[in-house]
Design a protein around this ligand. Structure first.
Ligand code: EPU
Length: 379
């Protein structure tokens, strides 16, 4: 694989930021927006709720919500993406209520939302659960010291959004520090909300007048570090050379470090990343974790890289029970992998992969199935 391509805006920044657009009656002009199905589904949900949306360009959205028409996001659409849970924090802050179906998303584990619900409870939200619905109501959100049982990205984002219109000061700890959490906080700061500590494990939101913002916002989303890492690994797997423009070069330390350990040559020429295969790849351990360590979303791609590297690589992903669910499919394609338990796999390489009929349980695993020889039918 050779050539030059521009990296898209970050999916996991776009989705919370679109939900957070409900926290102003003003107009939000968003650029570097990825043109992907999840964004389109989120826009449909928001349009149903009352948002007025214009799309002057594939990567540019203008959204304004002077009035909310509904506080029940469309259940069929909600079940199509995990990030629909982010509507809860914004809706509860703006309208004092939200009726939400259990969110969908990739099949990578149980994906509970208990940490979100507990954060809402701590902020003064009453919760009623019936079948697959959550009914959230509050007369007045109260700023509090919130403790999160899990350092969850979306639970942190939900708590931050709800706290923007709570009375008093909210402290969220341990908060997730991922770059997309920081981008969301920056977007909310532009609306006038007082948020400090984003990027650290303690985020403080101080609300003096608990008034809904009316400010118009311009915001350029950060670029996607997982897309960057995926294409960089793909270049090494296919013995190529690529230049990735519009790359989030300040957010790539763990990814560049790991790809160099595998033997890739990587250099930064801001805002581009150049990746080149120059020598046979060698095995390296892959241990995912929360920011700033390797993201779990890159684990499937690094596992394929390990199948093309000389030696034995241990892959360890503690975060989701089923994120190694694609391994059986990769073995069908010729990989030599021993699954030790649901979280650890040992890959022996290099092995030649060939096409076949396979099932992909999640989008990150799907991408890797295209990186082999022959034709694959994947569903
Ligand atoms: N967790 C709980 N309870 C909760 C929430 C999370 O126990 O209420 C646990 C999960 O079981 C998991 C850990 O906490 O072990 C992390 O879950 P988290 O909530 O951080 O994940 P998420 O919000 O569902 C976001 C990304 C994922 C990414 C993870 C980890 C978005 C929209 N999604 O998911 O992205 O894998 O953080 O970085 O931001 C992807 O893009 O393919 C993707 C799955």
């Amino acid at each position: 694989m050779s050539g030059r391509v521009a990296i898209s805006g970050s999916k996991n920044a776009a989705l919370p930021i679109l939900a957070a657009s409900l926290l102003t009656t003003g107009r939000c002009h968003l650029t570097n927006m990825p043109d992907i199905d999840d964004v389109n589904v989120m826009l449909k949900i928001l349009a149903d709720l009352g948002s007025q949306i214009k799309r002057p360009h594939r990567h540019e959205i203008i959204i304004a919500t002077p009035k909310i028409r509904l506080s029940t996001p469309n259940p069929q659409l909600v079940q199509r993406l995990r990030a629909s849970i982010l509507l809860a924090g914004a809706l509860i802050a703006r309208t004092g209520q939200c009726r939400l179906f259990h969110p969908g998303g990739c099949v990578i584990g149980r994906r509970p939302i208990d940490t979100h619900l507990e954060a809402f409870r701590q902020l003064g939200v009453a919760l009623r659960q019936e079948d697959n619905y959550y009914q959230l109501t509050t007369k007045q959100l109260r700023g509090r010291q919130i403790f999160l049982d899990e350092v969850s990205v979306t639970a942190t984002e939900n708590a931050v959004m709800a706290a923007c219109l709570a009375r008093g000061k909210t402290t969220i700890t341990p908060a997730a520090c991922e770059p997309h959490v920081v981008d969301l906080c920056l977007f909310l700061q532009k609306m006038g909300y007082q948020i400090s500590g984003a990027g650290n494990h303690t985020i403080v939101i101080t609300t003096n007048n608990k008034q809904l913002s009316t400010i118009n916002i311009e915001h350029r989303l950060i670029s996607d570090e997982v897309e960057t890492g995926t294409l960089a690994a793909a270049a090494l797997i296919t013995k190529g050379k690529i230049t990735l423009d519009n790359a989030p070069v300040d957010n790539l330390a763990s990814i560049i470090h790991k790809l160099r350990q595998f033997g890739g040559r990587l250099s930064i020429k801001k805002p581009s990343l150049i990746v080149e295969y120059t020598e046979p790849l060698t095995a390296a351990g892959v241990q995912v974790d929360t920011w700033p360590r390797l993201p779990t979303d890159l684990q499937p791609v690094l596992t394929v890289l390990a199948t093309q590297s000389r030696g034995t690589s241990l892959i360890h992903d503690w975060m989701y029970e089923r994120r190694l669910g694609y391994i059986d499919e990769l073995v069908k394609m010729g990989a030599s992998i021993t699954l030790c338990d649901p979280h650890r796999a040992i890959v022996a390489g290099p092995t030649k992969l060939s096409g076949g009929q396979i099932i992909s349980p999640d989008i990150r695993a799907f991408l890797l199935f295209t990186l082999h020889y022959g034709q694959t039918y994947c569903h």
